[in-house]
Design a binder for this molecule. Sequence first.
Ligand code: F0G
Length: 472
Amino acid sequence: MRAPREPFRIKMVEPIRATTREEREAALAAAGWNVFQLAARDVELDLLTDSGTGAMSQAQWAALMLGDESYAGSESFRRFRAAVEDVLGFPFVVPAHQGRGAEGVFFGAVIDEGEIVPSNAHFDTTRAHIEIRGGIALDFPVPEALDPGTWAPFKGDMDVAGLRELLDGPDGGRVSIVMLTITNNAGGGQPVSLANVRAVAEVARAHDKKLVLDIARFAENAWFVKQREDGYADVPLPEIVRALVADADAVLMSAKKDAIANIGGFVAIREDVEFFHRLQMRGIVSEGFPTYGGLAGRDLDAIAVGLREVLDEEYLRHRTEQVAFLGEALVEAGAAVVQPVGGHAVYVDAGATLPHVPVDAFPAWALSCELYLAGAVRAAEIGSVMAGRDPETGENRHPPLELLRLAVPRRVYTSRQLEHAADAIREILRDRDAVRGYELVAEAPVLRHFTARFAPLEERVAAPAPAEPAGA
Ligand code: F0G
């Protein structure tokens, strides 16, 4: 695959500092073998997240200068609200400082003790907001989502039969909202088909439940619908976006993703003025007055421009092709990669890539450390470290896959720079069996992956015959 051609040129640059292997070894040891604890200046290719890390366009930077910093009723808010209504069709919007701020405002108003919230797969902050209010967050992925090796167009879909069973069963009365996350981040950045959104909406409506969408990556999802779903190849993207959200009663947005802003988020609803006022009141307590919601006026302007800009087809083509390019480069380098590659990130199946590292020695964590040591590349573990401990037994939880997520910031790196991650993987795999596992030395009771400290295991673990890597 050739690198996709960028539909933009570069007007401002930020230098990257070169590091030596010795410097990286010292930096990682000082960081407790946890890449979250590294200083960003010690990283050369930062693929930790696509959240808030995008490069704004000239139009967004220009919009910043128009920011109206009035406490109440600013012009920036008016422009922001108009963009949300224009792109998504929701007239009532409560801004928040970022996605989880919007989640706090929304779930504070809807979750009671014992409430069950089904979803295709909850993102971790969404799950946390439900659980801290005594709710239960349940995932209903489709079966193919759990098979990293097979290609399916919409692995982000929700298992509709499972949802129906829940709603028809004895616990159906404990559900008041059904959620879908588009694209499905926890499920590998996989898109949700329009057919699935409609099927879920129908089941929800038939049971008198509200449908709520997490639309952090709505534009990438719409692009996949256009590319992969029958009948949408010629439908303009703005129409596909409207169709995706048409059945939703509310949407939750992290503007740090598909509004290509560095900060921001919102909750938007279609009707129900009384509920809107309740959301506004909740927003005032934690986020700020309802016309700024924890943001500067200029941030609202950057979001307003980004929400429209993100639907540019040339941008989305390049975006998704660049992520796919990284995926192919990693496969060529010998990594097992979850198929198909998602909209914002490549998920390396570290368990299959490093089969000799047992799950209790944290293979995906080990790969994150090696990637940094070999190439100053930073990526995020989504495996047994992030999964934490079982609250009842205190044992480490082991999810079905030990993944390493390489998330691509929007419009930030060239494809040649992304290739560097594949070069680093190739170097690591040249002496695969030398990769050691890690042991936990210190950890926090919640979200331990951000701050935990580790030590590399001294001994090499005996290597079984390597498994056939998925997707290779
Ligand atoms: N929903 C989804 C699907 C997300 O991916 C995120 C954040 C949030 C909500 C929360 O938004 O960060 O603005 O508060 N995901 C980031 C990530 C952190 O790296 O995937 P936020």
